[in-house]
Design a protein. Structure first.
Length: 170
C-alpha cells in the first residue's frame, strides 16, 4: 500500500471522497450514463451504488479504497473507484471510472487518466490495472487509447471481462 493522498491526484480538478451521503449525486450522475449500463448488463440503482462504495477485492481493507469524485467548481465531472495496492503493492486498480455523460469525447477522461498515471508513478506504482466489459466497444477503445494493454480475459456469468494494464514507469 502506497497511502495515496486523493487531494494530490489532480491539479486541475478538486477531488473528494464520496460517501453514502452523496448517494443522490452519484445516482443522478450514473443514471445519465446509459451507454455504460447498456454494455455492462446492469441497471444503476442506489443499492448497487452503496454496494460499490463499500466493496473491496478479497483481503483488501477499506483504507486502500478511494471512491472519489472529480469536481470542476461544484459539478462532478468524473467518478472513480481506485484501489491502492491491488492485486499487488506495485499496482493501482481502477475498479470504476466514468466521465459525466455530456462531457464525453472532449478529452476530459484521457486528461484525468494521463494525470492520474503520472501521479501514481510518482507514488512508486509500476502498473495501473482495470477490467473492461468485452462487449463495450467504447470502453475498450478509450482504455486502449490510454495505453492499457490486454493481459488476460476472464469469463464471468454475465460475459467476458478484459483485464488491461498500463505500465507507469516507462
Amino acid at each position: 500500500m502506497k497511502n495515496i493522498e486523493i487531494l494530490k491526484l489532480s491539479q486541475k480538478y478538486t477531488i473528494r471522497k464520496l460517501t453514502e451521503s452523496d448517494i443522490n449525486l452519484i445516482y443522478d450522475f450514473c443514471s445519465k450514463n446509459k451507454q455504460f449500463y447498456l454494455y455492462c448488463g446492469k441497471d444503476v440503482s442506489k443499492e448497487s451504488i452503496l454496494n460499490d462504495i463499500h466493496i473491496t477485492p478479497p483481503d483488501i481493507p477499506m483504507n486502500q479504497k478511494h471512491y472519489i469524485g472529480f469536481f470542476e467548481e461544484n459539478t462532478m465531472i468524473a467518478l472513480m473507484d481506485l484501489i491502492d495496492g491491488y492485486p499487488d503493492e506495485e499496482t493501482a486498480f481502477i475498479g470504476f471510472f466514468m466521465v459525466k455523460h455530456d462531457l464525453h469525447n472532449q478529452g476530459i477522461g484521457t486528461a484525468i487518466i494521463t494525470e492520474l498515471s503520472s501521479v501514481l508513478a510518482d507514488y512508486g506504482f509500476t502498473h495501473c490495472r482495470l477490467g473492461i466489459d468485452q462487449n463495450n466497444p467504447f470502453g475498450l477503445h478509450f482504455w486502449k487509447k490510454n495505453d492499457f494493454k490486454t493481459i488476460q480475459e476472464v469469463q464471468r456469468d454475465n460475459g467476458v471481462i478484459v483485464i488491461a494494464q498500463k505500465e507507469l514507469n516507462l
